[in-house]
Design a protein around this ligand. Sequence first.
Ligand code: 9MG
Length: 260
Amino acid sequence: MGILNVTPDSFSDGGRFLHRDAAVSRAIAMQQAGAAIIDIGGESTRPGAQPVSVDEEIERVVPVIEALHGELDIPLSVDTSKPEVMVEAVKAGAGMINDVNALRAQGAVQVAAELGVPLCLMHMQGEPRTMQQAPAYADVVAEVRAFLLQRLACCREAGIAEDTVLVDPGFGFGKTLEHNLALLRNLHQFADVGAGVLAGISRKSMLGALTGREAHDRLAASITAAALAVERGAVMVRVHDVAETVDALSIVNAITGSDR
Ligand code: 9MG
């Protein structure tokens, strides 16, 4: 899953892809580099980020989705937690919803069920503005796993087919470095939740904490983390550097015998 941020403040490519044509070129390049899906987001979810209005988010993502729909051979995902944005994005051509809030917004489960597109449900403790202030768990792996099982049950009750849902432990979303490492180390424990696992670690601050490098300089760390996540059962990784990650995963898959 290639990341396409259409926000002025995204943490590692802030503003560069704000303009529609640049976003379209970037998405085409990610498809050529081997992305299976492009995830388009109009509201930054980095730690400390301020929320944007529904209208502003729609204005950012819908023109890009419209421009890319029909232009690309691969599906588009919309990275949003707002039901109104989900509706407009799917109308414009998005074929998946990636919700870092796991459909906890009022009405989001019902809207997702009506839209009938595949989903990614992510775990987050708190909200982006404050989530890194004092994240705390007794057992991070058990708690994140229980949360995802509860959200899957909620989807099932709403009539959403579980085989259309991915789950995501939410690296960096209300987690310390130790929490993130425990989740990656134990990612195989999510294999039996009843949904495929997506992992998003690309350029995140946990990699900066381990390497001392700035976001733009975390390529090797990001690829290593993606490879370890797939080796531990992730079926999809959300990344900035598609070509390099595709190369790395071809090695992982050759070694593990997987064709994922
Ligand atoms: C939007 N977004 C930012 N980081 C993410 C992650 O780790 N997973 C998913 N699913 N979405 C993310």
